[in-house]
Design a protein around this ligand. Sequence first.
Ligand code: MOS
Length: 735
Amino acid sequence: MKFDTPATTNPIDRLKVIGRPTDRIDGPLKTTGTAPYAYERHDAVPNPAYGYIVGSAIAKGRITAIDVRPAEAAPGVLAIVTAENAGTLGKGDYNTAKLLGGPEIDHYHQAIAVVVAETFEQARAAAQLVRVDYVRTEGAFDLAAARDSAIIPKPGIGGPPDTAVGDFDTAFAAAPVRLDETYTTPDQGHAMMEPHASIAAWNGDKLTLWTSNQMIDWSTGDVAKTLGIPKENVRLVSPFIGGGFGGKLWVRADAVLAAVGARAARRPVKVTLPRPLMFNNTTHRPATIQRIRIGAARDGRITAIGHESWSGDLPGGGPELAANQTRLLYAGADRMTTTRLAVLDLPEGNAMRAPGEAPGMMALEIAIDEMAEKLGLDPVEFRIINDTQVDPEKPERPFSQRHLVECLRTGADRFGWNRRNPQPGQIRDGRWLVGMGVAAAFRNNLVMKSGARVRLDHRGDVTVETDMTDIGTGSYTIIAQTAAEMMGVPLDKVVVRLGDSTFPVSCGSGGQFGASNSTSGVYAACVKLREAVAQRLGFNSAEAVFADGRVRAGNRSALLAQAAGEGGLVAEDAIEYGDLDKTHQQSTFGAHFVEAAVDAATGEIRVRRMLSVCAAGRILNPKAARSQVIGAMTMGVGAALMEELAVDKRHGFFVNHDLAGYEVPVHADIPHQDMIFLDEADPYSSPMKAKGVAELGICGVAAAVANAVTNATGVRVRDYPITLDKLLDRLPQVA
Ligand code: MOS
């Protein structure tokens, strides 16, 4: 089905199942520990061997000798695979560095061997016996030092690296009120609960991988490319995923080394990345340096806005698109953005929840707060003054929907923003200095082709199959809701099967594009199934109404099960998009409000209250979507106050590479969290009229926390995370 004209009224609009706060249908499996995760597929593979990965001990250089003989002689060892005996391995489209390194080393903890043994403990013990000699070469590990030699990256999904409208320099110089500040965000790790894990089993030249992966089709292709075998010989199975946040968009070493380990050992092999290996072996969100310049008239109208971003990646990698939201978020006639890429030898940078906007909004939304302060304007009002209903770089392009102002006003009202003292450092509560902060939320909506197959059986049950994944987001449930709404059956008459490369190719989970696109693919398949049902019953399909397990047309009526007959009916289709995302800018909007308390003596920061208001098209399942946003808000607090992969700039690795050293907050750290969805349906986005929401929820949160800390203390911190050492000697002297 081609979606190239705005959606009109369709069966989803009945909202009998869609739009209802619905419990997750996979909830009981998850909460009873019976959802089979990749490493636990004892049902599928009864007697696997265990692979343990050896990571490089240097960041850049070369292996001069690798001696596996002591490890081979260790108890239980079945095989050891290194680059020397792995055969030719290629590289997938979505990896920058090789997943099995050697003799050249591209980054610290790059996999250089997998030891396969009868038990996990034997494999781990033998892995310690692999002797490796290296010769190190100089590497570049310091973004700030590499900033001046950064290159202009190739245009990618985010468009060109640079944009310019009007004459920024002249307008900025002429502006009566100006801000020119630089902000930094650190490297961050996904720190999802379930580590990367895979079980590989060969049947002749055919490989099955039970793995934990967000993008089944990309990754099936990348496994095939890496192993040099046809894609049709690879099957990926990934029905349950314990979090991804972008870290599982790609195939990683666990999958590839399970496959080569299984080939060498002639046994199914399971491999997980131990937590201390994950942070340097896999991808991370790259650190950024962001210079923001804003010029405004005294009435608060922005006349010039410029955002320059620098980030690093391995040779051949890509930049963090941290300036991109500044192309779209606020008005201003003269504007510029630039994106630069420093070539570094740190582990591979790539997508982490809301890549681009998440770190970009961390900087931009402090800058906006600082500018409001300079202008003597309330930061909510300053944002409202600079709202735009058209793409500020291409004024002929309207936003499909844009309710940023309503988000800000609703949030201000519900949060009690009028109780905020604009003068910082004035509110005391015992030893605590208390303040409030606000930030806008912004994230684009992406359209992606997505397919599904729908089957109706003689009992009237509906089965949906698609390679879509559920990374903890609620895909199972919203897909079941979609099929139930379309076919006019209750939710318990729908079975959803996900995450298998033998199913139709979906959009997958990433970039908050999963919900709208995957359900639209199910919608398209259900439209075909409805036609097949009507045809079999001899009903006019345009007239047919599907409700209560029946089909009605005119004065005729039949059970859905009756139409299916003994053999059932099957339909398959995909949603494909025209250019509605080009004629109209599709984005999601929100506003974050935070109350923070800072210990006047120690600088300890506590987030006391948070409220987010989101405008993101139709909300398919308000319960699941709310959980996504609350989780994103919590993750945003981590970005504000805790998360930083500390770089060892001499040896080139992330020092705090475990969950003891890489701290993240949990819901219990924040006493009051709430969120509100504005009532929207966006006819330009998809037949579902939905957009994404899970990444919107993190964008801007950290800046709202930062702005609350400034309102509490009068101290402005521009380098994340805002740890107490950055406040301590600048706190107001208190009696
Ligand atoms: Mo998201 S970072 O695209 O999984």
